[in-house]
Ligand binder design. Sequence first.
Ligand SMILES: NC(=O)c1ccc[n+]([C@@H]2O[C@H](COP(=O)([O-])OP(=O)(O)OC[C@H]3O[C@@H](n4cnc5c(N)ncnc54)[C@H](O)[C@@H]3O)[C@@H](O)[C@H]2O)c1
Length: 254
Amino acid sequence: MPNDYGIEGKVAIVTGAGRGMGREVSRKLVDLGANVVVNDVSLEDAKASINDISTSGNNEMFAIDGDITNQNDVDNLILKTSEKFGSIDILVNNAGVLRPTKVLDIEEEEWDWVVSVNLKGTYLCSRAVLSSMMSSGWGRIINFSSTAGKNISTVGGAHYTAAKAGILGFTRHLAKEVAEYGITVNSVCPGLIATEMVLSTINEAEIKAYEASFPISRMGQPYEVADLVAFLASDKASYITGASLDINGGDLMI
Ligand SMILES: NC(=O)c1ccc[n+]([C@@H]2O[C@H](COP(=O)([O-])OP(=O)(O)OC[C@H]3O[C@@H](n4cnc5c(N)ncnc54)[C@H](O)[C@@H]3O)[C@@H](O)[C@H]2O)c1
């Protein structure tokens, strides 16, 4: 169906899209007519997302596995996307990991992993798509921060909070650097969203207690975040850059 998002025919990479919000973002971008590269560290999960999403026939999906903290894997992601589709127009830095560990118990290795997947991965993938976006004079980068980035994480530890706060700083800085090339860079800050990341970390009673504390007394659904990401990826958001958009049922109002 024709739409006024301006996404039709565009090429998008969504990292960590083998499940959860990444899968729903991929589904939404495909529905709007984009060609979507589904990246995940698990090829099996990336392929499962592709099998779960139907395209109109005019656009295509493509699975590329890779660890976004690894420069060689990121190079491979960009190379294969360029070979398949030519250019890269939209990057959704969705991949992330969370651990609920308290600071006293966080081992150095866990700190490095959590900060690296969330923050370094966002930097490596963003840097890798810039030349393609600069040469076409249009680009959209959407980074996954969190309510954790503005307050503290409800579920994750200090490494997660620190990395998500870092993403907000990276977003603003990069947005300023690349605005002149027609590239916008924004963050989304979801609250508690019903995905494996949350459901495998806290129990039913804890979920109910969190839900009761939100003005909109429920968890968010992945498709609701996907709608916001699609808006930021579209021509409708052409004057928004360096911003962070909250989507948390009113959990945090600043
Ligand atoms: N669920 C929430 O409540 C919530 C809230 C705020 C922000 N977020 C953020 O939203 C994003 C998506 O979260 P989700 O809830 O869908 O999580 P999820 O755990 O369901 O999915 C994350 C995906 O990222 C992939 N991944 C992990 N490490 C990777 C790596 N190094 N390279 C490539 N892929 C990798 C995983 O395999 C997984 O498929 C994350 O950045 C998360 O921190 C989640």
